[in-house]
Write a protein that binds this ligand. Structure first.
Ligand SMILES: NC(=O)c1ccc[n+]([C@@H]2O[C@H](COP(=O)([O-])OP(=O)(O)OC[C@H]3O[C@@H](n4cnc5c(N)ncnc54)[C@H](OP(=O)(O)O)[C@@H]3O)[C@@H](O)[C@H]2O)c1
Length: 395
């Protein structure tokens, strides 16, 4: 029989309140929220004051709480809460991708040292159970790549542009109005949200944690009508892609970038706020997971699934890290890109190994060519200041 779970909940926002309602309305057996920690004393709440505290220590140091569920929107505070809870012997469930992407290495060590558990399936792809799947299946030796549309906001914006001919700014506004994008959409449209998820996915898929600054991350914010024109003319779509892929024995690489996608690719039809993940292996070709990557109930259901898993004492064993030979992260690999530019000076920054196509016109210029990922990574800061757009072609 499952152990009773007495939750100390941190955060009562979109996901936290969603979780509260999910547990209350479905009367989940032997699962109870004991106390909820929030920050803003002036905010109006949908439930009585007696449930709340403003001090996370009241959860972490509370003997009747046996699981801390961290669902707050501040990565630094989340790190302190999660770390202290684990050090205090409490198991934790978290949905905080940014915090995990920066601190997962240390948090893995603390779990081992304290013999506690940290589960975070909701942090990557909301309702899609991608982390636990990677953890339990897909042997390292046979796994070739994981490719995902991991950011619903960027995908929504691109769907509007491609399917409904909406311009970029209007598509962003629409995404904000529908709650798919933040008032400051930078984290989504510059690729960072997908990056954080990719780091977590790669840790469970290939067993090696790579810190955010080491990964090429490029978003969709510089897209213009000529990029859409180019893609449509070739029968392609541009999709916000995050990928981790084996490049040889014991080696893998990863990046976040827009990609020109062909109709026969699974992710071609992943539209609007949805997420999709393609897992490619030696023996099974490709498998595809599709679903809601965000939202109160889709995300809360994933958190609840982690809570239930803890009641059966489930913990990540970090199998790929602990039982397989170490995979090394490399960036010395050539990738083919589409580069749209306006002036030759911007083009001159790119150290192409080969160029297969070049186009010049009064309206826009582009090249298709191979370049080292390491070269793009070195230019990561500069790219955002140039009048260019890049999309990977997948070759
Ligand atoms: N929204 C989604 O669809 C989604 C999907 C996947 C993962 N996530 C992740 O889930 C987490 C929560 O997201 P959300 O959308 O629910 O955020 P949200 O709606 O902005 O709510 C955040 C909550 O955190 C509380 N909070 C902030 N700092 C705190 C602190 N230091 N101590 C205690 N409480 C604090 C806030 O308190 P007040 O109410 O007092 O302001 C608020 O209740 C984030 O890590 C996010 O990345 C969200």
């Amino acid at each position: 029989m499952k152990t009773p779970v007495n939750i100390g909940l941190c955060g009562f926002g979109v996901v936290g309140e969603g979780l509260y309602q999910l547990i209350r309305n479905n009367k989940i057996a032997r699962t109870d929220i004991q106390k909820i920690c929030i920050k803003d004393r002036k905010k109006k709440r949908s439930i009585g004051e007696k449930y709340f505290t403003y001090n996370s220590r009241e959860l972490i140091e509370n003997d009747s709480v046996n699981l801390v569920v961290e669902l707050i929107n501040n990565a630094d505070d989340a790190y302190e809460i999660v770390k202290n809870a684990l050090l205090n012997g409490k198991s934790v469930v978290s949905g905080n991708k940014k915090m995990l992407a920066h601190h997962l290495d240390e948090l893995m060590k603390i779990q081992k040292q304290e013999e506690t558990a940290l589960l975070y399936d909701a942090s990557a792809c909301g309702s899609i159970p991608v982390i636990r799947n990677l953890e339990e299946y897909y042997d390292n030796d046979l796994l070739k790549s994981i490719t995902g549309i991991l950011n619903g906001s960027s995908n929504y914006i691109l769907s509007e542009i491609f399917l409904n001919n909406t311009d970029y700014d209007s598509a962003v506004k629409q995404a904000q109005k529908l709650g798919y994008a933040e008032s400051d959409p930078a984290t989504d449209v510059e690729g960072y949200d997908a990056l954080y998820k990719l780091i977590i996915i790669a840790t469970h898929g290939f067993g090696t944690y790579v810190s955010p600054e080491k990964i090429f991350t490029y978003g969709i914010s510089a897209l213009n009508k000529w990029d859409v024109f180019y893609a449509k003319e070739k029968g392609l779509k541009i999709k916000p892609v995050a990928q981790v892929a084996k490049t040889g024995k014991g080696k893998f690489t990863m990046f976040v970038a827009p990609k020109l996608v062909k109709p026969e690719e699974y992710i071609y039809n992943v539209e609007h706020e949805n997420n999709g993940v393609v897992i490619e292996g030696e023996c099974y070709d490709k498998q595809f997971m599709f679903g809601k990557g965000a939202g109160a109930f889709p995300t809360a259901s994933s958190v609840l699934s982690d809570i239930t898993a803890r009641s059966y004492n489930y913990k990540y064993e970090y199998k790929k890290k602990n039982y397989f030979s170490r995979m090394n992260y490399v960036t010395d690999v050539a990738v083919e890109i589409y580069l749209r530019y306006e002036n030759v000076l911007d083009f001159s920054y790119f150290d192409f190994e080969e160029i297969s196509e070049k186009y010049a016109s009064k309206s826009f210029n582009y090249v298709i060519g191979k370049i080292k990922l390491s070269n793009l990574l070195e230019m990561n800061g500069l790219l955002r200041r140039l009048n260019i757009f890049i999309a990977f072609t997948g070759k």
